[in-house]
Ligand binder design. Structure first.
Ligand SMILES: [Zn+2]
Length: 255
């Protein structure tokens, strides 16, 4: 049994065949999928989808790309939505200084506001960090009294940064890019971090693993990621599936 801890099933990419995508996931042993909010609309849609599909959970939040286009009132509205039964976390939130779709100062403001709310609501946070490793780490550290649990999604740092997060009680989520030939840094992280802090994700529709590279990603493809991590760690894929599922259940309080 596998949990895909990070997918964007609300996106238009899945509009024509969402039923089939979710069915294929089940056929490939993916028991649960967590669909992730990136703005007000996707958070609302994520909740609606969990009402339709028993195998879905969701999160709510504002992605750093969207920091410029939302108001603090939107964040309050999302906080009210967070009481819905199948909302298991707050995110994805964080900093993206690579694409810079929103001004860095505004990203920081929106990030901190959401860390506070997630802390008050006692929800684990889902963190997006790109070209902002230090800034993201320092910001989370600042709120570490309030934020007890979270995950660094699509982790792209090195092993020493991974260990710093783990020491704060954070999980590290490895995506399909670990299957790429040139992904030495991610492979080293996937191989060396304590298995108790490892979870896996697709980030579908993005980041398809090697055999499907270039195609739309979907939750059933997570099996390639589990297999690759098993190979790197010299264990059976079933062990990776079992441990990462246990960890995801613990992090997101999934029964
Ligand atoms: Zn994402």
């Amino acid at each position: 049994m596998i949990i895909d801890t990070h997918a964007h099933l609300d996106m238009e990419d899945f509009e024509s065949d969402r039923d089939d995508v979710i069915k294929r996931a089940r056929e490939n042993n993916v028991r649960y999928i967590i669909t992730i909010g990136i703005d007000r609309e996707s958070s609302i849609k994520g909740i609606k989808l969990t009402e339709k599909y028993p195998s879905l959970y969701c999160t709510v939040g504002i992605h750093p790309h969207n920091a410029d286009s939302i108001t603090l009132a939107d964040i309050d509205e999302i906080a009210r939505l967070a009481s819905s039964e199948k909302v298991v976390g707050w995110g994805e939130i964080g900093l993206d200084f690579f694409k810079r779709y929103s001004a860095p100062e505004r990203q920081m403001e929106v990030f901190e506001a959401q860390l506070k709310i997630a802390g008050d609501l006692k929800l684990p946070v889902i963190i997006h960090s790109r070209n902002a490793h230090r800034e993201t780490y320092e910001t989370i550290k600042k709120y570490s009294g309030l934020i007890k649990k979270g995950v660094i999604h699509c982790f792209s740092g090195d092993i020493s940064l991974a260990m710093e997060y783990i020491n704060m009680g954070f999980y590290i989520s490895i995506p399909g890019t670990v299957t790429f030939k040139n992904a030495q840094k991610t492979q080293e992280v996937a191989k060396k971090i304590p298995i108790e802090y490892l979870i896996i994700e697709t980030d579908a529709p993005f980041l398809s693993p090697a055999p499907k590279r270039g195609k739309r990603n979907e939750p059933s493809f997570i099996v390639y990621t589990a297999r690759k991590i098993a190979e790197l760690r010299g264990v059976e894929p079933e062990l990776i599936e079992e441990k990462t599922t246990e960890n995801a259940k613990e992090l997101f309080s999934i029964p």
